[in-house]
Design a protein around this ligand. Structure first.
Ligand SMILES: Cc1cc2nc3c(=O)[nH]c(=O)nc-3n(C[C@H](O)[C@H](O)[C@H](O)COP(=O)(O)OP(=O)(O)OC[C@H]3O[C@@H](n4cnc5c(N)ncnc54)[C@H](O)[C@@H]3O)c2cc1C
Length: 425
């Protein structure tokens, strides 16, 4: 058996899991006590709570409060091994995968490697925009943003003082709405105090969405309320606009209009983070096509869960949404099905239970939908958003740290993580 990652030889069946995100860790928690050798491979040594990435990008939280070391979440033992490794290729025929550090054989493979930003075929955009998918992305946005103001402050060019920044967020889903709201609050509560010589009022924040409404995956009510909240915060909302190109200074839209832009944050969507080795008929809309048991077509020992998996059910003909709750439920369910496999019992089909959706726009402003009939916004929505996110963050210490930051910010209006580490002059 190939083994170049220093994985102990074993007589047990080896399950290799690629990705320690929501799907991967929930799957492993279910099977950790089974008689299996479980190997988790992740290119990072931490699990990232992506729903709060926008707060790292806008100086509300430090990265460590939303990233949990995987060796801490899932303690290694004789039969559970974790390695930091990037999987580059999967040879389904030979039950073998390749990483940058060598190859590894598996009996079962669970692919849970998440998603990556989708530029919808426009590769040029990826060179000039900021994305928000990883901890590195969030830190890069924060540093670019504050470096921009430092540059303007030390410049003798009056125009830079008068118009310090034009920022555009593309994508009117929850991430775009949350980023736009958080930047507007930064402008109002922090920048105005930090940079008294700059004309902070003239900072232009635009949120652009290709469809004719915000939060397209939620109801019209949430779309309208979030737009109202953003306008109150001074965000310009442009609907029905598609970005064609961005050269670092000017955005050109499909309708041939243009807009100046110093910083473009791309929150327009994600696609599966595919690993090489799959054929076209195993891929649907950039994700791995799976059946109701999360098996990738043809090979019965290869499974995909979370954002990387394209799975339909009767309520989701276009595929399940790429959300944490889907990844968590699929991880748990596949864990139970592995117990069925070990005990020789039939597999149970996966059924997604939608627990609702929410998005926050800022202090005391959020929209929550628990069902088609139960929807609310305002302070109650915001409080619900806070409680749900605190509950979901992994680890007691991180919950306390995040809660501490939020309480402090609520009473002082301060965001203490305005740190520039890499982007020095
Ligand atoms: C900014 C943002 C905000 C979001 N907000 C919400 C929200 O409010 N509510 C919600 O439900 N969902 C939200 N989501 C979506 C949610 O985070 C994802 O649906 C969820 O993380 C998917 O879980 P996963 O386990 O499939 O993938 P991930 O959590 O992305 O984990 C994938 C793991 O695989 C690893 N990996 C990737 N490629 C490789 C490789 N080749 N080799 C080794 N390791 C690899 C990565 O390092 C990562 O640890 C948000 C996402 C983003 C980006």
């Amino acid at each position: 058996m190939d083994n170049t990652l220093n994985i102990p030889e074993t007589t047990l069946k080896r399950v290799v899991v690629i990705g320690g995100g929501f799907a991967g860790i929930n799957f492993i928690k279910h099977i950790k006590d089974e008689k299996l050798q479980i190997v988790l491979l992740d290119r990072h040594n931490y699990h990232l709570f992506q729903p709060l990435l926008y707060q790292v990008a806008t100086a509300g939280l430090e990265p460590g409060s939303i990233a949990s070391p995987l060796r801490n979440l899932l303690t290694p033992d004789d039969d559970f091994i974790f390695r930091v490794a990037r999987v580059d290729y999967i040879d389904q025929e030979k039950n073998r995968l390749k990483t940058g550090d060598g190859a590894l054989a598996y009996d079962y493979l669970v692919i849970a490697c998440g998603a990556t930003p989708n530029f919808f075929g426009n590769k040029e955009l990826s060179k000039t925009v900021h994305t928000l998918k990883t901890a590195e992305d969030a830190i890069s946005i924060r540093e670019y943003f504050f470096s921009h103001f430092e540059k303007a402050a030390r410049s003798t060019d009056k125009e830079k003082h008068e118009k310090p920044l034009e920022v555009t967020i593309v994508g009117g889903g929850p991430t775009g709405v949350e980023v736009a709201g958080a930047i507007a609050e930064l402008k109002r509560n922090i920048l105005v105090k930090d940079y008294p010589t700059l004309n902070v009022d003239s900072i232009r924040i635009t949120l652009v969405e290709a469809l004719d409404r915000l939060l397209p995956a939620m109801s019209g009510y949430s779309g309208r309320i979030s737009k109202k909240y953003l306008k109150k915060l001074g965000v310009e909302v442009k609907l029905g606009k598609m970005v064609n190109s961005y050269d670092g200074e000017t955005i050109e839209f499909k309708d041939e209009t243009t807009q100046n832009c110093d910083m473009l944050i791309w929150a327009a969507g994600v696609k599966g983070n595919l690993i090489n080795g799959f054929t076209d008929d195993q891929i649907e809309k950039g994700q791995l096509l799976v059946d109701e048991f999360n098996r990738v077509a043809v090979y019965e020992n290869v499974f995909a869960i979370g954002d990387i998996a394209f799975q339909k059910d009767k309520n989701y003909e276009k595929g399940l949404p790429m959300l944490a709750q889907v990844a968590i439920q699929q991880g748990n369910h596949l864990g139970k099905n592995f117990t069925n496999i070990i005990n020789g019992n039939p597999l149970e089909p996966f059924r997604f239970k939608n627990k609702g959706a929410m998005a926050t726009v800022g202090r005391n402003k959020a929209v929550v939908e628990l069902s088609a009939k139960i929807k609310f916004g305002g302070f109650l929505g915001w409080l619900s958003w806070i409680l749900v996110h605190l509950f979901q963050i992994l680890g007691f210490r991180r919950k306390l740290v995040v809660m501490g930051h939020w309480i402090y910010s609520y009473f002082t209006y301060d965001k203490g993580n305005r740190i520039i580490i890499h982007n020095q002059p």
